[in-house]
Design a protein around this ligand. Sequence first.
Ligand code: NAD
Length: 445
Amino acid sequence: MTDRYQSLIQNPIAQFLVKNIGLPNPPELKRWNGGPLVDGTVLLGGSSDGLLFGSLPQLLKNDGIETTTVRAEGRRYAGLVFDATDLASTRDLIALQEFFTPVLRQLASCGRVVVLGTLPERTAGAGAAIAQRGLEGFVRSLGKEIGGNGSTANLVYVSPEAADAVDSTLQFLLSPKSAFVDGQVIRIGTTDLADAEEPAASDAPLTGKVALVTGASRGLGAAMARTLHRDGATIVGLDVPPLQGDLETLMDELGGTSIIADITADDAPTTIADQLGEGVDIVVHNAGITRDKRLKNMKAENWDKVIDVSVGAPQRITDELLDRGLIREGGRVIGISSIAGIAGNNGQTNYGTAKAGVIGFVQELAPRLTDRRITVNAIAPGFIETDMVQTMPIGIREAGRRLSSLSQGGQPIDVAEAIAWYAHPGSGAITGNVVRVCGQGFLGA
Ligand code: NAD
């Protein structure tokens, strides 16, 4: 799907008008297409008392990312990482201003800001809990200030026990893989889940893993299947009978297998479990539908179907796979929520309920699976350019694109990269998270 406004304003005359009339000027976002994760140097800030400050240079060097702790005038930085884990009072928060204010003008376009904090509930004392919680407001506001040139700001809360489980998250957040992830809060080590594992091969971290993706024939699901396959996974794609041809074409391309099923059918859990007889490592419950109507005009079947596709069927399928021991130790269950499940959306009471239900599914299941080392997380996409958003009225569609910090919609790859980050062997200490891929917009399908 294309954003015609963004294509039209690329010529010099249109750019002149955009700047003088004050129209939205969406930056061209960089996406990863192989090569180094970070193109340039990352400046590290924080005090040596921080949980991660001492280990960051070596950690990032191992990922091929160049860092420095000394700011040089006139130099551009691809990323700024600040270790705020030791901030213990509201007075200490001045350290953020002292580090960021002088350097923000040196942040490259599509630059990355990552703040590292300590989980507020794991701090000692009220001052630290308040200061750490304050970091959320800081990154969400900074994200809005720097989005104009495609830059993003995100916060990673780490528990003291999970200090060595941040690598996959830093790789994701510092690279163009997180192009549309902005103003988010990621929580690592909220449970006593086993630590992150080293992937067998850094360029194919999912080698040997089997990934089930529902709704895989098109849109976000197809991008997820392609991206998990790129990272080494064997794909099992699922879709409804009318899309059998599209699904099989994609699975042939990826060397995967197809399951043709309606996930809401009574026999879907057993059909899927039977076909995954050898087990599965990654389950992405991506299938979803919209049937928008204001509640006063809502038909019962449209209420029911939307909720059952998004959350009822995923719950039944997950239960069947778990009961039969088919989700392997170290597995990943990933739900797809939506901004509508967080902020609500006019005409989407059914969908908003379903997508908030996905968050409930994650929060209820995550703590129950730590003993099997299975993580359960969700992505909440905002406005992403797929067939689904083409059904929106044009006014709402345009607002959905422009009312984000990056003044554009995301691409399916942006959601797919976030799925690949959850699936990464190094993300084993991340569970119960709901991360928005929305460019800090609050409108989406
Ligand atoms: P899409 O309509 O392009 O694709 C959805 C896929 O799910 C289709 O292949 C469809 O056949 C499949 N599906 C639907 N019902 C099914 C069923 N009963 N059984 C099996 N498969 C079924 O939509 P998309 O934009 O790619 O959305 C993918 C997911 O992301 C959905 O859960 C959607 O709610 C969510 N989402 C999308 C956006 C967005 O902006 N596109 C925003 C937020 C959330």
